[in-house]
Design a protein around this ligand. Sequence first.
Ligand code: NAD
Length: 491
Amino acid sequence: MGASTVLKNYINGAWCSSSATTHLDIINPATTDVLATVPLSSASEVDQAAQAAQAAFVSWRRTPATDRIQYLFKLKTLLEEQLEALAQTITQECGKTLAESKGELRRAIENVEVACGIPILMQGYNSEDIAKGIDESMIRQPLGVTAVIAPFNFPGMIPFWFMPYAIACGNTVILKPSERVPLTMQAIVQLLEQTGLPKGVVNLVNGDKTVVDAILDHPLIRAISFVGSTPVAKYVYSRAAANGKRAQCQGGAKNPVIILPDADIDMTTRIMADSAFGCAGQRCLAASIAVTIGGARQPFTEAIADVAQSRIVGYGLNDDVQMGPVISAQSQTRIEGLIQKGADEGATVLVDGRQPRVSRYEKGYFVRPTILQNVDPTGDIARIEIFGPVLSLMHLETFEDAIALINSGQYGNMACLFTSSGAAARKFRYEAEVGNIGINIGVAAPMAFFPFSGWKDSFFGDLHGQGHQAVEFFTQTKVVVERWKDWTRQF
Ligand code: NAD
């Protein structure tokens, strides 16, 4: 590995050099070493992948589901055997700590496990005698060629919200990882290859917007699963729909958390620190606003400031490190600019993580945990997704005011409540207008057998990734109404 290593695409069961004329460096955000270069592939490479995937679909859909899942069982074993090496790759290209990378891979494996249940998950239903001697049944069939477009922040997990279900249901897939972190998917597709998966069932095309646009316009591609920022999610959703494709597009977030006076402040602080600063705040489920009510204000503010100051920041491969860098120099500059914007809007920078010195990694893209206090609920900083380790504190008079603040937001990815009151929890669960709710939980990430929900500008589509909804997304229903004359005669 190094600057001279150029990644390949995987099309029709073969690793092929891209004909790209432009390449990007893949940079370790802690060390700034160049790990490899990634080709920005062309529309014609997407076409090759789509043709291969379409050809593979013919026999893959005829392969019994019980046989299809054998490849997933093998993949699970290989992922477990290679967990350490894969986690290191995630940390090297994405920056998170090794423990976070391993956690992400466990979530990926859980999706493989759930998709292994496809023989039952994919079943339809039937009714006898809907009229005299007439039966009706619903069967689920795969769609054909599907595509998965992923963001940078979970290179090992996010494609697994979709890909295992897609292939288990009998579809074929084109994967387009983020051009900033393509190494992890490269390694995972090598494992898929080792399972003996028939050629063309899963293809990998590296690239950027050109590849995405070619996917969106390709007539053979039937469905798109996208995760990334809201403007791109909206664009992908509308262009896919205009081209008659099915689409599920998960977008950005701004996740508020309410802390009531009856919350256990020690537990709340521990959980909130992990939510706001884990993965350097680059999680779509990162807590970004903490709203205290009544007497929670002072103890929570003091406790979270202590934790933020004491967080050990450094290279994620080193043992004691609790938080790694952000993804790029541009991201670091943007986050620092937003901290300043918060200050300009009247917030106090209670803990300032800008321009940190991280010994041995002075060139790395680090921002230390930052806390903005007294953030204006009507200001920009209360609405913009920072996607960095910055927690905004607000204080409101009542629980109802805090719920109203959540419901007035543009996004609807996650909201959390810390309390010891069941009644308050019930009210929150009932009234908060978001897709994922945490009660005394800071990162309400749904397990693989639940949908990864998301409302408002955090999701465009109706069927989410994971679990039953993924199975519905990757199948089309066919209804058969059947009559057989003379079936009561003597045979
Ligand atoms: P991004 O939108 O920049 O990129 C996502 C994908 O879209 C990449 O594969 C990229 O190549 C492609 N892309 C980028 N710009 C494009 C364009 N103009 N046209 C077509 N394709 C384009 O997102 P990112 O920075 O990689 O990821 C961070 C974002 O993803 C955050 O907003 C985060 O909240 C969001 N995210 C959401 C979820 C969720 O479940 N809702 C999960 C993870 C990340």
